[in-house]
Design a binder for this molecule. Sequence first.
Ligand SMILES: Cc1ncc(C[n+]2csc(CCOP(=O)(O)OP(=O)(O)O)c2C)c(N)n1
Ligand code: SF4
Length: 310
Amino acid sequence: MATLKELTGKKELFAGGHRLCSGCGIPPIVRLILRSTEHPIVASTATGCLEVGTSIYPYTSWRIPWIHSAFENTAATISGIETAYRALKKRGRLPADKEIKFVAFGGDGGTYDIGLQALSGALERRHSFLYVCYDNGAYMNTGIQRSSSTPFGANTTTSPVGEVIPGKQEFRKDLTKIVIAHNVPYAAQASPHNWKDLNNKAQKALAINGPTFLNIISPCPLGWYTKPEESIEIAKVAVDTCFWPLYEVENSILKVNYKPKEKRAIEDWLKMQGRFKHLFLPNNKWMIDKFQEYINKEWERLLMLDGKQV
Ligand SMILES: Cc1ncc(C[n+]2csc(CCOP(=O)(O)OP(=O)(O)O)c2C)c(N)n1
Ligand code: SF4
């Protein structure tokens, strides 16, 4: 496991001066991922905030070979690149001992929804790559629409609070579980507030020959109506309330990486964000109760699986 000193001493592969909002969860996530291997990295990025904010012509934040593909197919793009790499090695055009790592980045919209087919296909074909979903729970880049990752009750432009509905009516789709069902060698959930855990997971994932996956909660001040300086704290509270459990599945064995000494109430996370403001009206208390009940069940289920084969 790398120390903070070792990590900060490494070359910065994701340049500053990008156009992501202040307090956005994406830059610390990407910077840490790119620091998590000694080998050269090639990345592909789906359309979304990460792509738009880092590649405004004629500038780029990427100090590595990087390709922007369409919104729906970053996993298919990295599959093609990884296949070309293997083919070049086979033909002797690349040295047999040269190791290159491949990473695909996508937001939740480009991963849970529109890119799910490409992701599933790439995992099933067993390409050797890491897929990183930075999960801010909405299609932020196009103005905060609900995605299948949006939490229950959230106010978005397509699940607007009003006379018809009090925010999003469905719970978050559990993409990590869907990925695990592909029997990949490594899949995990992580958070930028716990850099050690995130770095450890990225190191493991990047060292594996085969498809690996990280689902990382990514605070978004613009869409969550939060203060930029509180982003990391909000990510921590998401983990302490068990809204976003930290766990990993390695060779089919599930491990819960962090068990809060005292599990905090979901209210603590909700009240930090403007998108849940309406839940604190007296007639919407049932929504907080329903949310808490759901989280309790999911957390218990996870604890039951801890240390077991899944
Ligand atoms: C097939 C397709 N549908 C819609 C769009 C428009 N579009 C571009 S970015 C985006 C939102 C991306 O959301 P997400 O993947 O969650 O990433 P974020 O913007 O939050 O970083 C949408 C809807 C598109 N480019 N292609
Ligand atoms: S809208 Fe949200 S996800 Fe996009 S750059 Fe701003 S803070 Fe980051």
